[in-house]
Ligand binder design. Structure first.
Ligand code: AMP
Length: 423
């Protein structure tokens, strides 16, 4: 099933909604709620794209993601002013972080000219925005050339706000930051603010998993460290029926339960936390699955010697770098019986072909469950990288574009960039 099909299904069943504190459904305002004819929409997009040495865009996924929102506003007869950050400039304007490098690429994607303002505030920006006519597109220079952006400065946000008549937030990847352009600016558009399709799609997907999930709901957690995932695990124990654990973080759980883990990755100071998580899950009737076997290596290298062993009896000098075949089988069965799946973090060191089997098997099981009707959301940097490595992007329900934002939304149930638009 393609992502587009699922997205249409989401629309129809009004999952552009989450529950407020009184547990009533609230409907989010999106660009579909407005007609932008004659208006100037100031859209916060995430054009933080990788560039090569010649400043060519090497992965335009984020730019393509913003096109439906831009095109909807242009089709209404509106004008579009795009604002974004690019990289992490520390010292103000820096050529290599200039958004001028993406203008031609954007122009090709939109099939129309794109004007560029060499500053995002001040006379340059104001006159470019004033001159903009219906159907035209203007891209502003990197917001982070001004320190006030990341500080969430109100005056800076106010200056940005004067450029447009509507504020549209379509940058999910930065929605967990209370920056001037992602959150603070929204107060200057009390009635004229909404989400673009990237934001609404992301929020619909995550709310479908967290608040409206069809059961059984299985969360698959992997990656390197338990410490990165504690808050999420604590939240998921209140929502999921099954939690599958893989990757480097599994060994902290194995050791906490008395297993011998050789020289596998471990966080000694999180052994007690791991036991608390297991106890909490047991008390709440949540099944936590820990690997039963592992592929171990004598070295952290693709060509290391390897063998399959019981996860509780890893020989000294060996380290677990992937889940083993018995674990794969158990995990595939749990995934196959799930109606909602959230995947964050690989099952092993999938970057090395010798230790990618477990991650690939989990991805295949998620794809198979999705084909049978489960809703699957893939989020967080490395699981997205894994899904893309195996070309399964169109075979799962939704691939999140914002790792940090997604994880923070699961942890806390809100994001500054979302709250500011919903206020
Ligand atoms: P994270 O960013 O926390 O999702 O971690 C992803 C990283 O964890 C990937 O680069 C994996 O190679 C790494 N990883 C997964 N399993 C293991 C393992 N058993 N030992 C060491 N690193 C691992």
């Amino acid at each position: 099933m393609s992502r587009k099909v699922i997205f249409a299904t989401l629309n129809e069943t009004v999952v552009f909604s989450k529950r407020n504190k009184q547990n009533q459904k609230t409907i989010m305002k999106t660009v579909d709620n407005f007609n932008f004819s004659g208006q100037k929409a100031l859209i916060r997009v995430d054009f933080n794209v990788p560039l090569d040495a010649d400043f060519n865009v090497t992965d335009d996924t984020r730019m393509r993601a913003a096109l439906p929102t831009i095109n909807k506003i242009l089709a209404d007869g509106g004008a579009v002013i795009l604002m974004s950050h690019l990289g992490r400039p520390k010292e103000g304007p820096t050529d290599k972080y200039s958004l001028k490098h993406v203008v031609n690429h954007l122009s090709k994607l939109l099939n129309k000219p794109v004007a560029f303002a060499s500053d995002c505030i001040g006379d340059v920006a104001t006159s470019a925005a004033t001159a903009l006519k219906a159907g035209e597109v203007l891209l502003l220079e990197n917001l982070r050339f001004h320190k006030q952006e990341e500080k969430g400065d109100v005056d800076f946000a106010k200056q940005l706000s004067t450029l447009g008549t509507y504020f549209v937030n379509d940058a999910f990847g930065t929605a967990h930051r209370a920056h001037a352009s992602t959150a603070i600016i929204a107060q200057f558009f009390p009635n004229n603010k909404c989400f673009g399709y990237v934001m609404s799609g992301e929020l619909a997907s995550i709310n479908k998993v967290l608040t409206d999930s069809e059961k059984p709901f299985t969360a698959i957690m992997g990656g390197a460290k338990v410490s990165d995932k504690i808050l999420i695990l604590e939240q998921l124990i209140n929502k999921a029926n099954n939690i599958i654990i893989g990757g480097g973080m599994a060994f902290t759980f194995v050791k906490a339960q008395g297993g011998k883990i050789g020289k596998s990755l471990v966080e000694e100071d999180k052994l007690e936390t791991a036991l608390n998580i297991l106890a909490d899950a047991k008390a709440k009737g949540v099944n936590i699955y820990i690997p039963v076997d592992a592929i171990v290596a004598d070295n952290f290298a693709n060509d290391a010697n390897k063998q399959t062993v019981d996860i509780k009896a890893i020989p000294d000098g060996w380290m677990g770098l992937d889940i083993g075949p018995a674990t794969e089988k158990i995990y595939a069965e749990v995934i196959a019986n799930s109606k909602t799946i959230l995947w964050n973090g690989p099952m092993g060191v999938f970057e090395m072909s010798s230790f990618e089997h477990g991650t690939k098997a989990a991805a295949e099981a998620i794809v198979a469950a999705t084909k049978k009707g489960a809703f699957s959301l893939i989020g967080g940097g490395d699981s997205v990288a894994a899904i893309n490595k195996y070309h399964f992007g169109n075979d799962v329900s939704y691939v999140s574009t914002g790792g940090g934002a997604l994880l923070e939304y699961i942890e806390s149930g809100s994001l500054p960039g979302v709250d500011a638009v919903e206020k």
